[in-house]
Write a protein that binds this ligand. Sequence first.
Ligand code: S3P
Length: 169
Amino acid sequence: MNLERMLVLVGPMGAGKSSVGRLLATRWNLPFLDADAEIEHRAGLSITRLFERDGEAAFRMLEREVLADLLARPAGVLATGGGAVLDADNRERMHARGCVVHLHVSVEAQVRRLEGDHSRPLLARPDRAAVLQAMAAQRTPLYRELAELSVDTDALEADAVASVIETRL
Ligand code: S3P
């Protein structure tokens, strides 16, 4: 499959954006672009350390820069961070350049999938389910509005999610 537009995956933490994106990029023989990995590469720090050292606002600025650059690449499958849709410029660029696909995951499945994960600074607190619930309330409407396709990943492995996207695009 060859996409003129970039495939852009949005959705909450633990939805499988990176795993599904990597699979699709391999199937389609396109570059896989990972916004979080690029942020870490440019900062020379993990996202956790970047949040600790410079705070979330600095992370969001770098995220905006990285997304603008990655969305300017000629082709690829792009996995974005869960909070990228909060920024209006990011939303506009994604919409202009990409075919946006939303990977949905329930808070219950997120809590299960992210158990023991220490790479997400926004979840470094005991009330994870409440934090994820509040994020979902704010962000789900943004994901849905932006995306051409929404896939519920709760009951699916990454491979099956990739196949659903291939079938429904
Ligand atoms: C964030 C999601 C993370 C990462 C950062 C902030 C968020 O990406 O960008 O920790 O605000 O939801 P993933 O969605 O890939 O976990």
